[in-house]
Design a binder for this molecule. Structure first.
Ligand code: AHM
Ligand code: MG
Length: 336
């Protein structure tokens, strides 16, 4: 691949468009970039190195922590704390939020929320996983300790969000509210190169992604929509194609490129859905909207407008091509 621009160059270029920019956000990206390279290296050794399998402990949500969850959480935490621009972090792998209260960090303007390795149960079977991150401006006074309200902000207050996908290649995709841009990692050079500038969500698609094993537990609106996807109608390119990896970042990334809809509804198994609002749904919803897609938690319930009440809160999540999400919403309105 011919290198057009590196991630570092791109960020500096973008920063220069904002005369008041202090470079702090760029430092956050530098930390995320560094930690994701370390995680990339470990993931690529999985199977050879002792990095697969569980550590024998559970996170606060009762899920088995994988060795890679713990490794990645530490790398991101250390990298983000090292530059003195972030005052705290919340993570899927931490019970509560973490203060970065030494040195310059106390004066940091930003907090980061992160799912260090999403879909980590896929590691042992060589399936793509990802890192999801989200950045907010703190609400508490600069110089003091970070507080819970710094993290419990609605997604519409995000300053930046993105993900890293460790797939057939490793990519970093992010937005600072000015479009979505994707960078592919060249491991021989150790740099991310701009490969997908200005990513846009196709308005329509033919892919639906849902764990259909849970079908009988879904509400009527979702069941009816799935049936709609399966019915033959040449005019609307149905039946649609079913694609579900079970790794949110990978399912989202494919649908963003090809067009499609991803559903993780509430059900009798997961009364509030499974995915976490703050470090899974909000960053993905931000990226989807920035690319021209749509993300809802229910009828007329924009994900980015939900006011969070807890750090590890779960919500139903429907995200994808705008026309597909609108269609689903009509089914939810009519049948649920
Ligand atoms: P994790 O954060 O514990 O890895 O769980 C999140 C993952 C998502 O990546 C994926 O969309 C979902 O769980 C799959 O859940 P299920 O196996 O119930 O279909
Ligand atoms: Mg996760």
């Amino acid at each position: 691949m011919e290198i057009t621009k590196t991630l570092g160059e791109f960020i500096i270029e973008k920063q220069s468009e904002y005369p008041d920019a202090t470079g702090e956000l760029s430092s956050i990206f530098a930390s995320i970039r560094l930690a994701s390279k370390l995680v990339h290296r470990e993931i690529n050794k999985a199977g050879l190195a002792d990095i697969t399998g569980g550590v024998g402990s559970e996170n606060i949500q009762g899920e088995q922590q994988q060795k890679l969850d713990v490794y990645a959480n530490e790398r991101f935490k250390t990298a983000l704390a090292a530059r003195g621009v972030v005052c705290g972090l919340a993570s899927e792998e931490e019970d509560s939020y973490v203060h970065f209260d030494d040195g310059l960090n106390l004066n940091g303007k930003y907090v980061v929320l992160i799912d260090p390795v999403d879909g980590s149960s896929n590691i042992d079977v060589n399936v793509s996983v990802g890192t999801i991150f989200s950045v907010y401006r703190r609400l508490s006074p600069i110089g003091g300790p970070v507080t819970e309200e710094d993290f419990l902000q609605p997604g519409n207050a995000q300053v930046a969000a993105g993900y890293v996908i460790y797939g057939s290649s490793t990519m970093l995709v992010y937005s600072t509210g000015n479009g979505v841009h994707g960078f592919t990692y060249d491991p021989s050079l150790g740099i991310f190169c701009l490969s997908h500038p200005d990513m846009t969500y196709p308005e329509d698609g033919v892919i639906y992604s849902v764990n259909e094993g849970n079908y009988v537990h879904f509400h009527d609106g979702v069941k009816q929509y799935i049936k709609y996807c399966q019915v033959e109608d040449q005019r609307t390119n149905r039946p649609y194609t079913s694609r579900y990896i079970g790794s949110l970042v990978s399912d989202f990334h494919r649908n963003l490129i090809k067009g499609g809809i991803f559903l993780y509804p509430s059900s009798s198994l997961h009364p509030s859905g499974k995915l976490r609002l703050l470090y899974e749904c909000n960053p993905m919803a931000f990226l989807a909207e920035q690319a021209g897609g749509k993300a809802i938690a229910g009828v007329s319930e924009r994900v980015l407008d939900i006011n969070p009440t807890e750090l590890h809160q779960r919500v139903p999540f429907f995200v994808g091509s705008v026309n597909m999400v609108n269609k689903l919403e009509r089914f939810l309105r009519e049948f649920s």
